[in-house]
Design a binder for this molecule. Sequence first.
Ligand SMILES: Nc1nc2c(c(=O)[nH]1)N[C@H]1C(S)=C(S)[C@@H](COP(=O)(O)OP(=O)(O)OC[C@H]3O[C@@H](n4cnc5c(=O)[nH]c(N)nc54)[C@H](O)[C@@H]3O)O[C@H]1N2
Ligand SMILES: Nc1nc2c(c(=O)[nH]1)N[C@H]1C(S)=C(S)[C@@H](COP(=O)(O)OP(=O)(O)OC[C@H]3O[C@@H](n4cnc5c(=O)[nH]c(N)nc54)[C@H](O)[C@@H]3O)O[C@H]1N2
Ligand code: SF4
Ligand SMILES: [Mo]
Length: 692
Amino acid sequence: MNAPTEHARAVCPHDCPDTCAMRVTVEAGRAIKVVADPEHPPTQGALCTKVSRYAERVHHPQRLTRPMKRVGRKGEGRFEPIGWDEAFQLAARRLSEIAHRAPEAILPYSYAGTMGLIQGDSIAQRFFHKLGASQLDRTICAAAGTAGLKYTYGASLGMLTEFFDESELILIWGSNPIASNLHFWTRAQQAKRRGARLIAIDPYRSLTAEKCHQHIALKPGTDSALALGMINVLIRENLLDHAYIEAHTSGFEALKARALSYPPSRAAEICGIDERVIVDLARLYGGTRKAAIRMNYGLQRVRGGGNAVRAIACLPSLTGAWRERAGGVLLSSGGWAPVDSYALQRPDLMPGWPTRTSRVINMNGIGDALLHKGDAAFGPKVEAIVVYNSNPVAVAPDSERVAAGFAREDLFTIVLEHFQTDTADYADLLLPATTQLEHLDVHKSYGHTHVMVNLPAIAPVGEALPNTEIFRGIARHMGLDEPALFESDETVAQAAFRWQDRTLEGVDWETLKKTGWAKLNLPDAPFAEGGFQTPSGKCEFYSERLAQRGLDPLPDYLPPYESADGAPELAARYPLAMISPPARNFLNSTFVNIESLRSTEGEPHLDMHPADAQSRDIVDGDQVRIFNDRGSMQARVRVTDKAREGLVVGLSIWWKKLAPDGRNANQVTSQALTDLGGSATFYDCLVEVERV
Ligand SMILES: Nc1nc2c(c(=O)[nH]1)N[C@H]1C(S)=C(S)[C@@H](COP(=O)(O)OP(=O)(O)OC[C@H]3O[C@@H](n4cnc5c(=O)[nH]c(N)nc54)[C@H](O)[C@@H]3O)O[C@H]1N2
Ligand SMILES: Nc1nc2c(c(=O)[nH]1)N[C@H]1C(S)=C(S)[C@@H](COP(=O)(O)OP(=O)(O)OC[C@H]3O[C@@H](n4cnc5c(=O)[nH]c(N)nc54)[C@H](O)[C@@H]3O)O[C@H]1N2
Ligand code: SF4
Ligand SMILES: [Mo]
């Protein structure tokens, strides 16, 4: 009895482009080991360090195992355990009362704690749609890039990741794959061994940039200028594939006119790099057949993020790199999978749908939204917030305001979590959710093109329940009788994909459950013969849809809100640009409470250029205060030229309560939104730094 058993069919649930397949070893009902599924090609036989420790996280002594209600003051984090029935009743009573009066005073808040389509946004969305609650615009991460791709290619589509190892040139642009896209990095290294040249484009000499042949350290938020400078050279030196441009793109003449106003000298000035670097880069790019670009979201967390992605996305259509399967651009492959969002989320359950839809609140403005008193323009004051799959008090920008919002005595807060996070401390009701090893889910990936199934390996830990079951419980106690709210996870899973789609030929739910994954049926070189998903079917250099919205139809450089170009007066007071990209051993704020991973990161650091340190009388190892008008945090300085002059880097996202000063980088980030998509601008942030 109880001999260890091996379960295949688990999927890493984290917000990571790699979406690994895992195998779980279970002994006496406990998961004792999680390893890579050796048979799943994209996983390449290895998980990252973080998720190799997944069993430690699942059975962590601090896992939430019982529902709890608040007994202390808001934010104090003191709770007492209650039964599920009482928890459901408390939730149902309060939500019913508000829903009856002002359904839009209820706000769901969630992101990608799990990327699973079932425990992500299925029953939860149906529930909030049925109530007529406000909707959340889920824009904290990728919305600018998503919009950039949509207006250029038609959807989140790109090169297939498996062909990067054949590339002759790879531009790793706004991406740090050693930390955040490990399985791509393995392929990039294979390409390198075959003679490919790797170039990192990043203001910071990241772990990845350090290992590339060349590192182009531009100023943050200036990528569109670099791309337009490259386009200028490609055009002037005729490094173009005219046949491809003619057949598969639209708006070339207009783009040409725009790019001619970005000679390399001007672009170099904007980017803070040498003119020569741009000319050489463009010549190399234009002269290489198998030229690939791995963009990632790091470059679009600034005001001009959408335009930057658009400008870069134009490059392979100008040179015809798309003709090669090892050429093109990959930012996200998420749009290839035939996910049936309508069936999963059922927007038709909204009262008055489709003519009347609910108020939409952009999650990047959650601080302001929670502090808004309500008026005709905004709608009713937010009276209840239900948080799942996210930790906004740590991850959302302008955190002083976020925390002040969550601290409101009159706000009813439900948090579904694995752990008592910074956000959980503010809950009125804290409900224990299952982890990926304890529930069913299905996945697509934004870094490869497989669809996958995750089957539960163990029973729920303690009294934890899947998100879906928690929402069903609340709905039942509210007396709702809409059948769509009570479908089983397996029924919902079967509706998650459009099985008739040609990309899923020969695959159905039963076979997918058995095999664990299926590779989408796609051509190796998706745009070799055009076939973009825009209204014109072309790669749209000029976007009619943007023009119709009164926006610039062509990609352009927009100075960051917080920069010497964008706000000279602010830059005089706060001269340092701060970015806070992911730490290798955390996944956003997940894993910060896992001791072994936190101890590897050590403590909050700030990387600072020697010249910037010297002029502030700061030496390596000093404790410093980082501040601007929004707030401040402390960190230990590492004086290093990894950060270009004028830039400081604080790898993130720390739990505030596990940082020595109880604060993190989002104390200083802003709620301002990007040009397209309404995305967050975490890396568009000016600060000053002083020794404490
Ligand atoms: N280990 C680990 N892996 C992760 C995550 C994690 O927290 N930890 N997070 C996951 C999530 S949610 C996401 S969205 C992805 C994010 O992964 P990436 O998209 O790779 O994004 P970032 O780490 O934000 O940024 C990558 C690089 O962009 C650089 N950068 C910052 N600003 C600019 C700019 O203006 N221009 C350019 N060219 N570069 C810039 C940063 O210095 C950084 O080295 O990773 C996922 N994977
Ligand atoms: N300063 C700064 N801030 C950033 C970023 C940055 O680079 N710098 N990156 C931004 C980006 S790209 C992103 S994507 C966001 C990420 O922000 P979030 O999506 O909030 O990601 P996490 O911090 O990982 O928090 C996810 C939470 O969901 C919980 N969770 C996981 N699975 C489940 C489940 O099945 N059920 C329930 N109920 N809970 C679950 C986890 O325990 C975890 O606490 O942060 C953003 N914030
Ligand atoms: S976090 Fe990314 S690399 Fe690590 S196991 Fe999950 S999918 Fe794979
Ligand atoms: Mo993200």
